[in-house]
Ligand binder design. Structure first.
Ligand SMILES: Cc1cc2nc3c(=O)[nH]c(=O)nc-3n(C[C@H](O)[C@H](O)[C@H](O)COP(=O)(O)OP(=O)(O)OC[C@H]3O[C@@H](n4cnc5c(N)ncnc54)[C@H](O)[C@@H]3O)c2cc1C
Length: 333
């Protein structure tokens, strides 16, 4: 039985075995996010025992889940409310302290989420280490593959840093599955590390949706400028997405034209996703858009221009007017 009361507060620094990986896991509503579970998978591929770091509201609840993750030997938790919104000014001093006090940590991994991308460079700057951004493959403990030039080239990089810092592209690693029985991981609760932070969290405005989360959805229906208006976007894409239990995405042109919220943007400056099925509707296939979806398992493109570059990466191409094709497809489904 797991009881949060069984946890104990450390009065001495956290100690870890030589050759461990520290993985920062984000939570939402007390659950470890899918992007963080992918980070655990990347950590298991490095091969060392894993210590996970959970901070802020819901982290104690999420520790119950962390117990069941593969290779996790230690769970470090700090429930201080200062960590609630993962402000980089607050989170990075804690991470720096843990890395400085434990020479056993050879890697520090974060999901390449907004939070992870926000504080990792800060940790790197303080410790004079060079973070590797958005790794997509673990070749060995010191060698990783990461994309560059909006995904048009991939680099294989070898790090000589004593502690290798890396953000993990979630779409490149399957989320770690929970094991049926809990591991014997130990849990240590650590205190808030004073930061001297002068910024304050005021509020956040989140778009809530019943649909699967865009970052981890298995099926995504995405709309572009070809949809012409917000009305067309809403009236054509959402019924199709409903039939497929899909999440809805968009090109930047669709976002800029006000067809939808910018949290739906897929691409170089939006979300990078790799669903099982990606349906691109009225999207030309600019490289910046492809950077966010070209690793999808099956790509269906619907476009009236048979020369549109999206057809170069699609498995199924439908040349025609989306005003005819989408209602017909939705009806048939
Ligand atoms: C630094 C930088 C970062 C960027 N980041 C991103 C990013 O993250 N994501 C992103 O998407 N873009 C990004 N862009 C923008 C990108 O270059 C393109 O401008 C954008 O992707 C185009 O969106 P689109 O395909 O919807 O529009 P368009 O290129 O205008 O394509 C519309 C398509 O709809 C088709 N169409 C029109 N009417 C119909 C119809 N009735 N039926 C069927 N098809 C129809 C047309 O044939 C056309 O192919 C970025 C650009 C820069 C410079």
């Amino acid at each position: 039985m797991f009881s949060t009361r069984l946890l104990f507060r450390t009065i001495r620094p956290v100690s870890v075995r030589l050759g461990s990986t520290l993985a920062f896991l984000e939570t939402a509503g007390g659950q470890i996010t899918p992007a963080s579970l992918s980070t655990v998978t990347a950590a298991t591929q490095i091969g060392d025992p894993i210590t996970v770091l959970l901070v802020g509201a819901g982290s104690m609840e999420a520790a119950k889940q962390a117990y069941k993750l593969p290779s996790v030997q230690k769970i470090i938790v700090s429930e201080s409310e200062k960590y609630n919104h993962y402000l980089p000014e607050e989170v990075s001093p804690l991470v720096v302290k843990l890395l400085k006090e434990n020479s056993g940590f050879k890697h520090f991994l974060v999901p390449a989420s907004t939070a992870g991308k926000n504080f990792l460079p800060r940790v790197g700057a303080v410790l004079d280490l060079q973070p590797l951004s958005e790794i997509i493959k673990v070749v060995s403990a010191d060698t990783f593959v990461r994309p560059t030039y909006a995904g048009n080239a991939v680099l294989t990089v070898k790090s000589k840093d004593d502690v290798i810092l890396a953000s993990v592209r979630p779409s490149a690693f399957e989320p770690a599955a929970e094991e049926s029985t809990a591991t014997s991981a130990s849990v240590e609760e650590v205190d808030y590390v004073k930061s001297g932070n002068k910024t304050e969290f005021i509020s956040e405005k989140l778009i809530t949706s019943e649909r699967p989360d865009l970052s981890s959805a298995k099926v995504v229906v995405s709309g572009g400028r070809g949809l012409k208006s917000k009305e067309e976007f809403d009236q054509l894409l959402y019924p199709l997405a409903d039939k497929l239990n899909a999440s809805v995405g968009a090109s930047r042109a669709a976002v800029d034209a006000g067809f939808c919220d910018n949290s739906l943007q897929v691409g170089q400056t939006g979300k990078v996703i790799a669903p099982n099925l990606y349906i691109a509707v009225g999207i030309s296939g600019a490289i910046q858009h492809l950077a966010g979806m070209k690793d999808s398992k099956v790509i269906v493109a619907i476009n009236k221009d048979e020369e549109a570059p999206i057809f170069n990466v699609s498995d199924v191409g439908l040349v025609g007017d989306l005003l005819d094709i989408i209602p017909e497809l939705t009806k048939k489904l």
